[in-house]
Design a protein around this ligand. Structure first.
Ligand SMILES: Cc1cc2nc3c(=O)[nH]c(=O)nc-3n(C[C@H](O)[C@H](O)[C@H](O)COP(=O)(O)OP(=O)(O)OC[C@H]3O[C@@H](n4cnc5c(N)ncnc54)[C@H](O)[C@@H]3O)c2cc1C
Length: 312
């Protein structure tokens, strides 16, 4: 189905960021279409934490509530995956979806999130979001006083920080280095802080499906634990942004945006995890709300230009 409406804004990705922008734009009387592939990053988790007034709600319920709010103000929603985007000579966008549908807009907001690359350790993927976590702010409180294993990963600074942060929640924290080389000072500081450091490569997680007993090392030993933390590499879902020629920050490797999410491509904004990997749900939503206001101002400017040109 093609959305024949010439939208002011198409929002690609309707997680916390996209929905937040959609709400602001729909209330501002912009014609807004949200297109979403239905894969929000935290879908594996049973509860969402740290969002003031919504702490502990299921992620899917939170998004369903947001979607209802956007639609109640006239925002449109399409469940679909965007495959390609074309820009014409006037700077207007045609958005092509995997199901063959097309939609049109004057401006785009990308809130397509990021993908966590889980380590290929048997037992991790099926416990992701329930017994295997990545963020102490999201699920540290839920493992208070439990026996915790942190598995070293490719983002070594994050693994070391996780081990230190989690020590605040429990005095039974073990860092399985899993190939990370610790300097003498790093090891000393963690051990002095009460983190047990165990060298060895992790082979698999131990326990029946849906439960967790420990982290098995290739040397045959097992670190007993009730929860595991990992630091996955995070890949922004920014292929479409790059296809539009958006500049990339050479330091972070993420698409470069200003403080309101404007990219270097005219009419293209980005907010949430796709450009800010550290954003929690509440910050992704907040950043996108600011982008929505900036986009609306940009559209107004264009409308004023067009109206005054018509009048001459
Ligand atoms: C297991 C887990 C638990 C977490 N728990 C918490 C927590 O408790 N509290 C917290 O604050 N944060 C938590 N987070 C972080 C949280 O998931 C992110 O902060 C949040 O999802 C970022 O929102 P976003 O809108 O930027 O991206 P997302 O929520 O990931 O939304 C992006 C959307 O874009 C869609 N999309 C992508 N590409 C396309 C395309 N081409 N076409 C159409 N749609 C597309 C996706 O399907 C998805 O629906 C958790 C993360 C994980 C992995």
């Amino acid at each position: 189905m093609t959305n024949q409406v010439h939208n002011d804004v198409i929002i690609i990705g309707a997680g916390a960021a996209g929905l937040s922008a959609g709400l602001v734009l729909a209330r501002a009387q912009a014609k807004v279409l949200l297109i979403d592939a239905g894969q929000p990053r935290n879908s594996a988790a049973t509860e969402m934490h740290g969002f003031l007034s919504r702490d502990g709600v299921p992620p899917a319920g939170f998004l369903a509530m947001g979607q209802r709010e956007v639609v109640s103000y006239g925002g449109a929603f399409l469940p679909a995956s965007v495959k390609t985007i074309e820009v014409d000579h006037r700077g207007a966008f045609t958005v092509n979806m995997a199901n063959g549908a097309m939609a049109f807009a004057r401006a785009l907001l990308f809130s397509t999130g990021l993908s966590d690359e889980l380590p290929h350790i048997p037992g991790v993927r099926d416990r992701w979001g329930t017994l295997v976590h990545h963020c102490s702010y999201c699920h540290g409180y839920e493992v208070l006083d439990k026996t915790i294993a942190v598995i070293g990963g490719p983002v070594r600074e994050l693994s070391l920080k996780q081990a230190g942060l989690l020590r605040r929640y429990s005095d039974k924290v073990t860092l399985a280095t899993n190939g990370i080389e610790l300097t003498r000072a790093e090891r000393y500081r963690l051990e002095a802080f009460g983190v047990r450091v165990v060298d060895g490569i992790v082979s698999h997680l131990v326990g029946q499906p849906g439960s967790l007993e420990g982290v098995a090392l290739a040397n045959g030993t097992t670190i007993e634990c009730e929860a595991v933390f990992i630091a996955p590499r995070q890949r922004p879902n920014d292929g479409l942004l790059r296809s539009l020629g958006c500049e990339v920050d050479p330091v972070t490797g993420f698409v470069a945006v200003n403080e309101v999410g404007q990219t270097s491509a005219p009419g293209v904004w980005a907010a949430g995890n796709v450009v800010t990997p550290t954003a929690q749900v509440i910050t992704a939503a907040g950043n996108a709300g600011a982008s929505a206001i900036a986009i609306n101002a940009w559209l107004l400017h264009k409308d004023l230009d067009a109206a005054s040109a018509d009048r001459q």
